[in-house]
Design a binder for this molecule. Sequence first.
Ligand SMILES: C[S@@+](CC[C@H](N)C(=O)[O-])C[C@H]1O[C@@H](n2cnc3c(N)ncnc32)[C@H](O)[C@@H]1O
Length: 211
Amino acid sequence: MSPVRVRQHVNPLAIKYITPILPLDWQQIYTNPTQPLHLDIGCARGQFLLDMAKLEPNWNYLGLEIRSVLVEDAISTTRKLNLTNLHYLFCNVNNSLEPLLKSLSPGTLQRVTIQFPDPWFKNRHAKRRMLQPPLVAELATYLASGGMVFLQSDIEGLLLEMRDRFASHPDFTLQSLEPLLTPNPLPIATEREQTTLSRGEPVYRAIFSRR
Ligand SMILES: C[S@@+](CC[C@H](N)C(=O)[O-])C[C@H]1O[C@@H](n2cnc3c(N)ncnc32)[C@H](O)[C@@H]1O
């Protein structure tokens, strides 16, 4: 991926992010739209998904990201590499997830990753955090039975908040028995994960399955 310079954070409650995206025609996006779909929410530059898409061509990959410049750059790289199982969308997941997931064939969504999603550590910014209860409910509605949700953060309190939101939903079962410092079940580490681990700092994780 080429290095694009962008604003570090955007406020998802700002008026410019209130318009939801329109439902998509998946036939135009993936060569085989019936393959299982892995959704990465807050994908930033999308390097994690690019590596996953190369590794597992029998899955489709979709990254959602609120910073449009990153999405444009990621799509351009995907086209150059001719990857037809990978796509990125510019959207605010807090108002766009439902219309997006509604347009999928039932049972397609099988894996969701939410990795280091928030710069909003302070309590007064808690409403800007991505993982709000309505988002958990939307994922419960559209994730296939047995599908996986994988959460990571370098901030223990934020991981606990995300974990508790999924744990309090009746459709999700916590799979990671080791409290927080469970190993990553996926073969690729995200950029933030690599940076955190390279500094010798802990990564907090939780894994859920959809009942
Ligand atoms: C700290 S970065 C982590 C990126 C990547 N997942 C990783 O682990 O390296 C979090 C990303 O989530 C995006 N994000 C935060 N809130 C969002 C929202 N409401 N909708 C879509 N993307 C969002 C941010 O713009 C940012 O790129």
